[in-house]
Each structure stands twice: as C-alpha cells, then as structure tokens.
Design a protein around this ligand. Structure first.
Ligand code: ZN
Length: 297
C-alpha cells in the first residue's frame, strides 16, 4: 500500500516535471512557501523603518532648516547643497542592521542551504535509480540537515554581508529623492510626501529582488557543495523560467567539469537577477543516494 502511494506520487512528480518543463521545481517550491514570504516581509519592513526613522530624525530636521530648503528664499540649489544632503543621509541614516535581525536572515539561509542539499540528493537519487532501472519508490532518500559548523559560519557571514551591502543603494535613493526635488524647486513638505508615497512600491520591489536573487544563490551554491562532497564529476546547465535570455541559453548543452565555468563566465546559476536556471550533476554509479557520503553533517 505504502509503495503504491509512493509510486503514484513519483509518477505525478515526473508528470508535473514534464508538463511544466523549464520550471525549476526546487525554486518554485521555495518561492511559493511561507519562509520566502516571511523573508520578503522582513526586508520590506526593515527598509521602511530605516527610511522613516531618518525622516523623523533630528539630523533631517536640522538639514531642512538650512536656507537652501526654505521656500521662496530665492536660493538657487547648488552642487554644495546636493553634497550636503548626501553627507547628511550618509552620516545619519541608521544601518539596516538595526532594523533587521541578523539571526532571522541566517535562519532563512540555513533553510535554503538545506533545500539545496536535499535537491541534489533527491535529483541524483532519481537519476541513478532511473539509470539502474529501479523504481524510485523502492527505497527512501536521505535527509539533508546542515549541521556542519564551517558551512554554518559561511552562511552567517553571507547573511551579515547581505544586510550591510544594501545600505548604499538606500542612501543613494533617498539622497536622489531629496536632491532632485529641491533642484526642481519642490517644497520640502511635498518632497517628504512624495518619498512616503514611493516607499511601498520601491521597497517592495527591492525586498523582492534581494530575496529572490539570494534564494537562488544559496540554493545553487549548497546544491553544488553537496554535489562536490558526494563525488559528483560533471555539471550541466538547464535553462528554466519564462523568457530565457541569451546569456543562459548559451550555457545549456555542454557537460563540463565541476571546476569549469559556463560560457557566460558563471560557475552556477543565477546568471542574472531573476534567473531560474538550475544544474544537473553527473554522479558515479557506485554512490548510493539512500545513504550518500555527505548530508550536511
Ligand atoms: Zn538563467
């Protein structure tokens, strides 16, 4: 009974894979899951709070008392005024780190790493069993749990780096909003209002872009690491997603060594933001994927 159900599930899986060909099922599942949504919301909220805190800060209040900000003062906006805005934003906007818990991003990264590791094990198992003409339901797969301290440390550093690296873009965006408004002679209160109106769309887009790209990055990297630690010998680029671009299209077709780069120069997907491509790995026939060598421990 159990086997019949499992077989039916595997059949359905392979039917779905054929039917929705060119869909990266691993990413698709992540992107439709709760944890992905939560990570998106985390970034979005942190961005909003970061900018709101600055707009309500004393530094901002001080800045707009400057003659250049006073309406009808006949002051012509200068390069020096623009630089003053940039400096104020630079110095006084608090880092995103203050508004987002690093641990929550780290936990999301661990989850992604486990999805990547599991994806390698499951796919390699399916392929080896298929090659040996054994029905996939005939054995259970190993469970990948990332307990290895070295990889945990790497992911911690990545989470930290991501949170710090986005600050410059936020500063630039905010400075530009203020500077371009003032240069066009818009009243300060109007500029603040415009910024408030733009915040939801701007940061929803940014949170989505960051989480989407980072998700594909971590999943692919840990999948590749698991492949290497389990003696995979070769890799092959599979294009996926809607409107596959020329960059990715050119990567498909060759089976290359684990250390080699694809024609685009990438070792792994994503080749660009929103890239949904994935890799299939060649594994030696002696490896038993119901009990692989490395499962993240
Ligand atoms: Zn791609």
């Amino acid at each position: 009974m159990k086997n019949t159900l499992l077989e039916a599930k595997e059949e359905l899986d392979s039917f779905l894979e054929k039917k929705v060909q060119r869909t990266n099922m691993t990413l698709w599942r992540v992107e439709n899951g709760e944890k992905y949504k939560e990570a998106n919301i985390l970034f979005f909220r942190a961005f909003v709070r970061q900018v709101q805190t600055f707009l309500r800060s004393q530094a901002f209040e001080q800045m707009v008392k400057n003659p250049a900000f006073i309406e009808n003062s006949k002051h012509i906006w200068t390069e020096a005024d623009s630089n003053h805005v940039k400096r104020t934003v630079d110095l006084h906007i608090q880092p995103l780190k203050k508004f987002i818990e690093e641990g929550s991003i780290y936990n999301y990264f661990i989850y992604l790493a486990e999805v990547g590791g599991q994806s390698f094990i499951d796919n390699a198992r399916k392929r080896t069993m298929k090659a040996a003409k054994i029905p996939a339901a005939a054995s259970t797969s190993a469970i990948f749990v990332l307990k290895n301290p070295m990889y945990q440390r790497i992911l911690g550093r990545k989470a930290n780096l991501l949170i710090t690296s986005v600050d410059n873009t936020t500063k630039q965006w905010l400075s530009n909003q203020i500077i371009s408004g003032k240069a066009e002679g818009v009243a300060t209160a109007e500029i603040v209002k415009t910024i408030q109106t733009k915040i939801p769309e701007t940061f929803k887009y940014r949170a989505d872009m960051i989480v989407r790209t980072e998700t594909s990055n971590i999943v692919n990297q840990m999948e590749n690491q698991t492949a290497q630690n389990n003696d995979a010998t070769d890799k092959e680029w599979q294009v996926a997603g809607e409107n596959v671009c020329d960059i990715c299209d050119g990567n498909e077709g060759d089976v290359i060594g684990m250390d080699a780069s694809f024609p685009s120069g990438d070792d792994l997907p994503p080749a660009h933001p929103n890239c949904k491509c994935y890799i299939t790995y060649t594994v030696p026939p002696y490896i038993d994927f119901s009990n692989p060598k490395w499962t993240g421990q």
